[in-house]
Design a protein around this ligand. Sequence first.
Ligand SMILES: Cc1cc2nc3c(=O)[nH]c(=O)nc-3n(C[C@H](O)[C@H](O)[C@H](O)COP(=O)(O)OP(=O)(O)OC[C@H]3O[C@@H](n4cnc5c(N)ncnc54)[C@H](O)[C@@H]3O)c2cc1C
Length: 384
Amino acid sequence: MIELQLTDRAEKLRIEIARFLASHPPPIIPPRAGLTAFVDISREWQRRLAAERFVGVHFPHEFGGRGYSILEEAVIQEELARQRSPQLVGLFGLTMVGPVLLKHGSDEQKRAYLSRILSAEDLWCQGFSEPEAGSDLASLRTTAELQQGKWSVSGQKVWTSFAQYARYCFMLVRTDPQAARHRGLTYMLVDMSTPGITIRPLKQITGEEEFNELFLDSVSVPEEQVVGKPGDGWEIAISTLMFERVVLTFARHLQSEQALSEIADLLRERSAGEKEQEIFGRLIARSMAVRALALSHLVNYSEKPPGPEGSLDKLSWSETFQEICRFALQLLGPRAGILSGSSAHLGGEFAHRYLYSRGRTIAAGTSEIQRSIIAERILGLPRK
Ligand SMILES: Cc1cc2nc3c(=O)[nH]c(=O)nc-3n(C[C@H](O)[C@H](O)[C@H](O)COP(=O)(O)OP(=O)(O)OC[C@H]3O[C@@H](n4cnc5c(N)ncnc54)[C@H](O)[C@@H]3O)c2cc1C
């Protein structure tokens, strides 16, 4: 049974942000404006929202939040989506490293980073995946050796989204090659301006270069940049992934809502037939179910940290989002494939979104991996 009754405080917050957005409408990012324009506009927008304490309301007051629950964070996200706000640029900080620092970080780390995450002053990237370590993350080979109080990090990361805009990277590295695979890993915070870091952008099917290769050659990282203790990295990484699959997925779910509302405009324009309306109705129902599922999980997080149930959210959201994007293309017909130019519908927004959606069943763990987690850790089925 899913309980969706919100608290009075959450309802008050909803009214407060709705009022704010009525007098401060979100910026509109022109279709196909490019990544740098998105980063600049969204960063300024996040800064504006953070100044009113509408960003990271579940962070403690002293770091710029309100000390509310994660569910109230979801309320904010929903109102932002309703007003077609661009996605907040600081998502890696807000939904991954921020919660990790709150749970595992030292007081100095909290003071140094948390409020700057909320205001988007510092953008973060995630340095987990490597060429030979994606689904099997524990096989990563980037190493760090302790030399006179500093870690020297060498190796290669890949698919590092927004690395070219990030001030810091939260990175998983191997600090004890002798220990068992999961035991010898350490989670550290790396300043992206440190000598020895080379960022090489990778072009995606959207034509954009959102993610990158990251080469690390004897990169010096002070000892106090380790989160937790050396060797604790696996537990901390897993807690990052749990947050990623639940909280980040909820924020991303708003992309489905945005796409559905644009498809509704399209259907109105075209006086949609019964078949199209039926498919659209099904997609709305699926999307509402994804939202209800995610909210039901968020409700629990005031009492316990995210667990494997995030795989249900991530899987159902990413696959529903792909179907929504595919349906939009079917509606548009042959024009759908045009990404830019005067013939492109809405500047190619639907075509771009469809291409973008392909990566969502891979990022944050592939659908196959999510299904295995659900089978083994939620349903208790035997391991193959
Ligand atoms: C858009 C995008 C953004 C990303 N951003 C980041 C980022 O910012 N930072 C970061 O660290 N990473 C990022 N990633 C990387 C992402 O986490 C990995 O791509 C993902 O974990 C899969 O790893 P892989 O690409 O190495 O594929 P592999 O692990 O090599 O998998 C290849 C195929 O084999 C299947 N497979 C593998 N193992 C199993 C198994 N045990 N059972 C069944 N099937 C299996 C997979 O499902 C997949 O279909 C991003 C990826 C994408 C697409």
